[in-house]
Ligand binder design. Structure first.
Ligand SMILES: *Cc1c(COP(=O)(O)O)cnc(C)c1O
Length: 389
């Protein structure tokens, strides 16, 4: 008999979101009521106009002999690499070079693909965290060391007490699921630790646009990151690209070995993001595009503030929501996250995401997403408030 990769057997039996949607569907079937979902982290607003126009223009080009394009260059089209470099300079005040940028079709793909280029290294993963880090590390057969992200450390992990050994360190800021951003002084500690220990930081900046002010939006805002960090960025949440698929990885300027191997890996396993999508990505990274995206982000921020105001009135224990579309809500009365999920479904007809799905450290919490429709969300906020009162 052929042997399959047994690491798959080590994954949780069912992917969190699958289990949650089963329960919601089941509830709907039995009770036939309208359920508002504050669950899955997908966006709800349509693409910015600049992107729609860019898609139309690029599609027309694809239909003409002179402007048709086939396979794209290995790391992405120059126009998009330059747009990323300009975006960093203009919006983040960070200087990067096109040769350190790699265009891809999603930060999920990049986060999970990274394990290919590392040898026998321990992986540090916050607990709770975006499930992809843990699952992809498990499939790759890596040893995982969990970094507790708890109320005690205000959901911000520090490197204190770690042995000075090389780790592959995953950090996400603002974090999914807790909604908490990493402060500059803590990110400095991590960069210092990584350089001292020969570690590599994978900084997931998928939600950087949600930072209002006061927190670093890029790991490269920190001195020393150029020798120890790579950054995952995605247009999914910032420009409504979840169904379009475009992301970019930026590697530290002095991480040549990383850059070489990552390019090798990408050229072996990936043939590039479609031309029309790269044109749309270029458009949303322009000054005009960023302004249009800011309107989307403002909408989600307003949603989060509606939830926050309801939770404050109900005296709930919660985190995040300020620099993030996510709110991390403590379960009342010592309930587990799945128990509270059921209570909210039953009493408020609101679906949330049980914290346990993000790791054992998520027990006792649920995640609320503000990425939905404002009217529905306002209704959900009222209903949740009534559950607490
Ligand atoms: C949504 C999300 C991403 C983006 O994934 P894409 O594959 O680019 O859609 C990356 N990291 C985190 C933590 C996310 O929540």
């Amino acid at each position: 008999m052929i042997e399959y990769n047994e690491n798959y057997d080590k994954l949780n039996k069912e992917y969190l979101f699958v289990e949650v949607s089963h329960r919601i569907a089941e509830y709907r079937r039995h009770n036939g009521c309208k359920i508002i979902s504050l669950g899955i982290g997908d966006v709800s607003l349509p693409l910015p106009q600049v992107a729609v126009q860019a898609l139309k223009d690029a599609s027309s080009e694809m239909g003409e002999k002179n402007t048709f394009r086939g396979y794209c260059p290995e790391r992405g089209y120059d126009f998009l690499l330059d747009a990323v470099v300009d975006f960093y300079k203009r919006e983040l005040n960070v200087g990067i070079k096109p040769q350190n940028v790699f265009i891809s079709d999603g930060a999920k793909n990049d986060a999970s693909g990274l394990f290919d280029i590392f040898g026998d290294v321990k992986v540090l993963i916050p607990n709770p965290s975006y499930p992809v880090y843990k699952d992809a590390a498990t499939i790759a057969g890596k040893e995982i060391v969990f970094l507790p992200q708890t109320k005690e450390n205000a959901f911000i992990p520090h490197p204190d007490g770690l042995p000075e050994k090389p780790f592959l360190i995953f950090l996400c800021s603002p974090d999914n699921p807790t909604g908490v951003p990493i402060p500059e002084n803590v990110l400095k500690e991590w960069v210092k630790f990584a350089n001292k220990s020969g570690s590599v930081i994978v900084f997931d900046a998928a939600y950087e646009r949600f930072i209002k002010s006061g927190y670093p939006r890029s790991v490269f805002c920190i001195e020393g990151a150029e020798t120890c960090a790579v950054e995952l960025c995605s247009l999914s949440k910032s420009a409504g690209f979840t169904g379009m698929r475009c992301s970019y990885l930026v590697c530290g300027e002095k991480m040549n070995r990383f850059g070489d191997l990552w390019l090798r890996r990408q050229t072996t396993k990936f043939n590039g993001t479609p031309y029309v999508i790269q044109r749309a990505a270029q458009s949303v990274l322009s000054e005009q595009g960023v302004a249009q995206c800011s309107k989307l982000i403002d909408y989600y921020h307003k949603n989060a503030s509606i939830l926050i105001s309801a939770l404050k009135q109900s005296g709930a224990d919660f985190y995040g929501g300020e620099h993030s579309p996510y709110i991390w809500l403590g379960c009342p009365d010592g309930m587990t996250s799945f128990e509270f999920f059921d209570v909210l479904l039953d009493k408020a007809h609101v679906a949330v995401t049980p914290g346990i799905g993000f790791g054992s450290g998520g027990e006792g919490y649920v995640r609320l997403s503000a990425l939905g429709d404002c009217e529905m969300l306002s209704e959900a906020a009222e209903r949740i408030k009534n559950v607490f009162i």
